[in-house]
Design a binder for this molecule. Sequence first.
Ligand SMILES: NC(=O)c1ccc[n+]([C@@H]2O[C@H](COP(=O)([O-])OP(=O)(O)OC[C@H]3O[C@@H](n4cnc5c(N)ncnc54)[C@H](O)[C@@H]3O)[C@@H](O)[C@H]2O)c1
Length: 274
Amino acid sequence: MEQNLLDKVAIVTGAGQGIGKGVALRLANAGAQVIIAEYNSETAEATSAEILALGRRSLAYQIDLSKVEQIQPMVDRVVSEFGRIDILVNNAGRVQTKFMLDLTPEDWDRVVDTNQRGTFFCLQMVAKQMIAQIPEEIRNSDRAPHSFGKIVNFASISGRSGRPYSTHYSAAKAGVISITKSAALALARYNINVNAVAPGVAPTPMWEQIDNERGKLFGTKPGEAFREFVEKNIPLKRASSIEDLAGAVAFLCSSDADYITGQCINVDGGIEMD
Ligand SMILES: NC(=O)c1ccc[n+]([C@@H]2O[C@H](COP(=O)([O-])OP(=O)(O)OC[C@H]3O[C@@H](n4cnc5c(N)ncnc54)[C@H](O)[C@@H]3O)[C@@H](O)[C@H]2O)c1
């Protein structure tokens, strides 16, 4: 694989499993040093060990991104150990399948705090660090001559339309798309690119949870909700692989995407087209 991210310092949140793990390994294969910012310390260590085995530097950092006060200490630790931050992939997310009329304030906070609040404040604190890394004469000018950082947020196709059985998740992901656009504008003069990807359906522990929750609500058998969704909704007639998503993120983190900012790319086999 091309080493187009050689020695870049990347933080990938929620990279202990699923899509985040695939993204972390993909960036490491492209040459990056990768920090695994993850709630589950065991899975964080396991992903980090795989990255070290590739010959890259790595750090497993246990964090609950819904607790904003935990984010700045992580940024400080990464800067003290790695010297800088070039890439942030805001991948950590939580889902819940429950009818809109049954949602409680606790359900709302649990899902929105990680997907939206955590994503925003992680972006904000890392962006401040990226700006501080820019040489002063460029930082104070009205235009930076090349990209000084890449931020990729995980939205979802759920953020593109309504979801009566995961209204809080859908709202949070719509918010992530909006945050991506606002941050792209706020950071444009520093030439920090901010984009998002919106996955459709990928076979991860998150989808196992959705399949399980839908089974309890609708009586579907294990795997049935997943298969039905793929058959009914995906023009390309297959779920995405982790690699489909990791490839899109790696592209957005590369210099090939220097002129792309404020976009949310659907990586969903053609479900959504706007
Ligand atoms: N799998 C899909 O089909 C799908 C579809 C659309 C969007 N997405 C989005 O893609 C991203 C990754 O999804 P996935 O399927 O790999 O999920 P997953 O549930 O399999 O993995 C999520 C990871 O994030 C970590 N995490 C959750 N909350 C955290 C917190 N507060 N602090 C730190 N870490 C936390 C978990 O421990 C876990 O390791 C999520 O943002 C998700 O919403 C996934």
